[in-house]
Design a protein around this ligand. Structure first.
Ligand code: GLP
Length: 240
């Protein structure tokens, strides 16, 4: 795992965006794996700026999102469909954009089909990832199998509490999500893991200790040959 320590959120976002733009310029029909949450927001702003001011062209690019809440209507203000629409897709035209359908009647079928689509159109050339304070990636919570493809995951209490800030109450936070599994994530050619802010320091310290195990999902990234962690000074703290 290559570790790049940057000054702050702004620099992390610029760095991540420049890696993505370089890929899109070199391979105009590439596949990008996208994430939600506060972490990639600045990266998306940079991509939008690059599209507007430098004409970076995404018309051949396909995107796959990591996850979606189960049971939230697609047009709910906190669905990841809405998030992606507002933060990126309404600003940049892509060839195709895929997000798991958390409203599917048969969720197992939805998971199988999403994984099959990823196999058909992917793998992602670059997968963007944030990290949960408990080490989750996508919505793979501690204990999730490293072998799993796209599946339904029960959300940890800590995750629901962390995301409650976006909902009227803790009870309103969904209890499950459809998420790409660790095995789906590891299929990508290259992974960019982003972390910013003091609340990520403990997760980054645990990650950098290098112990691999299913109780700390992000540690699965040690099983991949091309991972870059872009971490700001606050999240890096004193390192290991
Ligand atoms: C969310 C998402 C993850 C994200 C993580 C951290 O629940 N499912 O993909 O990386 O939690 O979120 P944030 O970037 O807001 O800290």
């Amino acid at each position: 795992m290559e570790v790049i320590v940057v000054k702050n959120y702004e620099e992390m976002s610029r760095k991540a965006a420049s890696v993505i733009e370089e890929k899109v310029n070199a391979e105009p029909d590439c596949v990008l794996g996208l994430a939600t949450g506060g972490t990639p927001l600045g990266t998306y702003e940079q991509l939008i700026e690059g599209h507007r001011s430098r004409g970076i062209d995404y018309s051949g690019v396909t995107t796959f999102n990591l996850d979606e809440y189960v049971g939230l209507p697609r047009d709910h203000s906190q669905s990841y469909h809405t998030f992606m629409q507002e933060q990126l897709f309404s600003h940049i035209p892509f060839l195709n954009t895929y997000i798991p359908n958390g409203e599917a009647e048969d969720l197992d079928k939805e998971c199988r089909e999403y994984e099959a689509l990823l196999d058909k159109e992917g793998p992602a050339n670059i997968q963007l990832l944030g990290i949960g304070s408990n080490g989750h990636i996508g919505f793979n919570e501690p204990g999730a199998s490293f072998e799993a493809g796209t599946h339904v995951e029960k959300l940890d209490q800590v995750t629901r509490e962390a995301n409650a800030r976006f909902f009227p109450s803790l009870e309103a936070v969904p209890t499950e999500a459809v998420t790409m599994g660790i095995a789906s994530i590891l299929k990508s050619e290259e992974i960019l893991l982003l972390a910013s802010g003091a609340n990520k320091q403990e997760a980054i310290r645990r990650l950098l200790k290098g112990e691999v195990g299913e109780m700390f999902p992000a540690s699965a990234l040690y099983n991949h040959k091309h991972v870059t962690l872009i971490v700001d000074e606050e999240a890096y703290g004193k390192g290991v």
